[in-house]
Ligand binder design. Structure first.
Ligand code: FUC
Length: 802
């Protein structure tokens, strides 16, 4: 009897542990191989990545390297003729003849050369981000029966993907990782019967690839088009080798084969010369090193490094239902509202950042790191009028601050080109970037004024440089970015003009991304304008940040003096007679009231110039604008709207937008008006796949749970009814602290702050709270806030009693 009870207890304990583990496991799961690329699972170490489809007989693994960029620097982009037309363009704008100004701009005030070639620049100097290649694995089996028990999975906890199934009584297991520790891609193929692993490997690429075999190495190498018929294009080298137990490797002329092994590890080592002039040696060194480790050891080191970042944040909104496949969970989220699925999506965004970029490489582009085409949509570049910035919205709050670095480095690297552009096109000081950029530091206006004229791309990037300081309070860092911020401010100080009605200083020419308007008497849709609201907000923010930085660093110079003088001359935000926030200086008739861009609400999010707390009238106008724009739009547009509604503290509406973002979809054709949502692999669909929506969605969820832009911490500012109980750990706030919180029945229960820098942290106390306790003792609530004075590294836990 006693034995039975003890045994039962052990069994119960074991099964409890197992189910608790599965309930906590964050994973994407499927019960069949991927049939489209948007069903395959992304792996990456920030530099290189792959997306295996888990095929049973034939497997396609799309390979990526974030530096696979065609094109090269393009001196022709600086168009020396443009500045000659600037006085006329400005004169026409001042006279209200925007259409005439625009027509001149289309022809003359644009980059030299072909620019981004309307997003198809693979063979032009602007270039494009492209896939690295395809690894094809053709498996051979001792038995030909249908496979069963098929499972395909991506573990977000470990950054390892797997495929398993049984065939003819043999269980096959594959594991895939993009090693964060050893910088190679690795696939382990195993079976539970000796000698059952046999396959053939092929490498290919749609163009510019030479495939060969040397010894037991399968090699792909080539050079991308530099766009000038020259020799400056990026060169790459990929080497694939098989490490195996018990089998025989044989080399074909363009393939490698393995027969009758017990187990095999496919190692892929790859690099380009964009950031590594020694790339040939690097590929060999990484491969040789990786061959010395067992897969188990490599996996352990990889997972440990990955987890160091991933495990900083937890979000608990309920148990993960791992009995259902991810595509099923995605489809049923529209009706079951499974809160745990939203948490999975949130963590997937963090996963994509940790695996998509690292401190030493390029920023995440429109595709992040993952692409399956040579000519990627919109060149897979850096669009500076929302997209690349949205990629970085979650990094500070979601505790991945060091991964802001590639964007910061990239921004600083744009300065010399931006200075040349400021001088050549505007005769202005400082630096600027227009609406699109690439690793070749393109800063000129785009080839089409409707979108290319926006000249606040650099200013928007500067907001990221500042936010990194706002969260870290690192003054040494601030000193390094000050010249970049001040240089961006100088462009506007010397490049704005006074508009005729009120004498406000405005950018001219510019546009409000990428919406147009109509002017009576002109049949064209017009984009070119003076001082669109977004520009004003960006410039005001930039000026304010420069002044704050200068005061912290004890700097007082000509720039700060000019900013103080200029700030009051910027236009105010204006509310139209219909109650919405005006997108332009004039209340023009919008060409598309439901346009996906909501640029004039930049001031609501990510900036903090419109707030229900400090500017309730503007907040009401922003609400009107959002009602007018509607709850649809492309993937990233929906993601932005989650953040807007979170800032307006409307949790249920933010949640509605999250649901819209998570609408299941499949098509991959470019569309501005339909097909937006989420693919089976939880990639965001613009469509096509564009990673900004994923990362904007993750930022939006964080924004619903914690905000710190008003000088204090607000917990659960936009908690939807559907997330009545939950907890999070490790989200970060401005001022430098990590915060945990828990809540039940929509009421905040407790919070813990860990100070990263010493200071006083004010926390807003929700209305329902009657007392706040720290270490069991009541603490003072003053005007609805508590103040916690913490030393660097100190932790405080408070309980909210209601
Ligand atoms: C801008 C957006 C599009 C798309 C593209 C990459 O042109 O308006 O929706 O995101 O960038």
């Amino acid at each position: 009897m006693k034995i039975t009870v003890t045994l039962l207890a052990v069994v119960t304990l074991l099964s409890c542990t197992a189910s608790a583990e599965t309930a906590n496991e964050l994973a994407l799961r499927y019960n069949k191989p991927a049939s489209t690329w948007e069903e395959t699972l992304p792996l990456g170490n920030g530099r290189i990545g792959m997306m295996p489809d888990g095929g049973i007989d034939r497997e396609l693994v799309v390979l990526n390297d974030i530096t696979m960029w065609s094109g090269s620097e393009d001196p022709e982009a600086i168009n020396p003729e443009a500045i000659g037309y600037l006085p006329k363009i400005r004169e026409l704008l001042l006279a209200g003849k925007n259409g005439d100004a625009q027509r001149i701009m289309y022809e003359h005030f644009r980059c030299g050369g072909v620019g981004s070639s309307g997003g198809k620049s693979k063979n032009a100097p602007y270039g494009c981000f492209q896939m690295l290649g395809n690894l094809r694995i053709n498996y051979q089996y001792p038995h030909q029966e249908a496979a069963d028990n098929y499972q395909r999975k991506l573990s977000l906890n470990d950054a390892v993907a797997s495929t398993s199934f049984t065939r003819g009584g043999i269980t096959y297991n594959r594991e895939y990782l993009a090693s964060h520790s050893d910088d190679v891609l690795a696939i382990r193929v195993a079976a539970d019967r000796r000698g059952a692993v046999s396959f053939e490997l092929e490498l290919s690429r749609p163009e510019r690839a030479t495939i060969s075999v040397k010894g037991e190495s399968l090699i792909m190498e080539g050079q991308l088009n530099d766009g000038h018929n020259g020799d400056k294009g990026v060169r790459y080298l990929t080497k694939v080798e098989i490490v195996n137990k018990g089998g025989t490797v044989s080399a074909g002329s363009k393939s490698l084969s393995l027969s009758n092994a017990d187990e095999a590890i496919i190692l892929i080592s790859t690099s380009t010369d964009m950031l590594d002039k020694e790339y040939l040696a690097t590929v060999d060194r990484l491969l040789e090193r990786a061959k010395r480790f067992s897969f188990v050891k490599m996996k352990r080191a990889h997972t440990a490094l990955y987890k160091e970042k991933f495990d900083r944040v937890e979000l608990w909104l309920g148990e993960q239902d791992n009995s259902r496949t991810t595509d099923k969970r995605l489809a049923s989220f529209q009706t079951d509202d499974d809160p745990a699925f939203a948490a999975l999506y949130f963590q997937y965004g963090r996963y994509l950042i940790i695996c998509g970029t690292n401190e030493r490489t390029l920023p995440l582009n429109l595709q992040g790191l993952w692409a399956n085409q040579v000519q990627t949509p919109w060149n897979g570049d850096y669009h500076l009028n929302i997209n690349v910035q949205m990629n970085y919205w979650p990094v500070e709050v979601c505790n991945l601050s060091e991964l802001h670095q590639p964007l910061i480095t990239f921004t600083q690297s744009l300065v010399p080109s931006g200075e040349a552009t400021a001088k050549a096109f505007y005769g202005a000081e400082g630096w600027l970037a227009h609406m699109m950029s690439n690793p070749w530091k393109f800063t000129a206006p785009g080839e089409h004024a409707s979108w290319g004229a926006t000249n606040t791309g650099g200013a928007w990037l500067c907001a990221h440089l500042w936010e990194h300081f706002a969260f870290s309070q690192d003054k040494e860092y601030l000193r390094t970015i000050y010249p970049t911020l001040a240089g961006a401010a100088k462009f506007f100080l010397s490049g704005m003009i006074a508009e005729p009605k009120n004498g406000w200083l405005v950018t001219a020419p510019s546009s409000s991304p990428e919406n147009g308007f109509y002017i009576p008497g002109d049949k064209d849709r017009i984009f070119v304008c003076m001082g669109p609201t977004m520009d004003v907000q960006l410039i005001k923010e930039l000026f304010t940040n420069v002044l704050s930085a200068a005061s912290i660093l004890g700097i007082e110079d000509g720039t700060t003096a000019r900013i103080r003088e200029t700030l009051p001359k910027l236009p105010p935000m204006q509310i139209s007679s219909s109650g919405y926030l005006q997108e332009w200086l004039e209340d023009y008739r919008e060409a598309d009231p439901q346009h996906r861009h909501v640029s004039h609400l930049y001031g609501l999010y990510p900036s903090n110039q419109i707030s229900p707390n400090t500017t309730p009238e503007l907040a009401a106008a922003a609400r009107e604008t959002l009602e007018r724009r509607g709850d649809g739009g492309t993937g990233w547009s929906r993601a932005w709207k989650i953040n807007f509604w979170a800032r307006l503290q409307d949790g249920n509406r933010a949640y509605k937008l999250l649901k819209n973002l998570l609408e299941p979809t499949a098509g991959d054709e470019i569309s501005m008006s339909s097909g937006a949502g989420t693919y089976a692999n939880l990639f965001c669909a613009h469509p096509p796949f564009q990673i900004d929506g994923n990362l904007g969605g993750t930022a939006g969820i964080a924004e619903m749970l914690i905000q710190s832009q008003d000088g204090y911490i607000q917990l659960l500012p936009a908690l939807p009814d559907r997330w009545a109980s939950g907890s999070f750990k490790g989200l970060r706030v401005r001022g430098g602290a990590e915060v945990d919180a828990s809540w039940k029945n929509s009421r905040l229960l407790s919070a813990t702050l860990r100070a990263e820098t010493g200071g006083t942290f004010r926390v807003k106390v929700p209305d329902h709270v009657t007392a706040v306790k720290r270490n069991g003792k009541r603490i003072t609530v003053e005007n609805g806030y508590i103040a916690l004075e913490l030393k660097k590294g100190q932790e405080a836990r408070v309980e909210f009693i209601s």
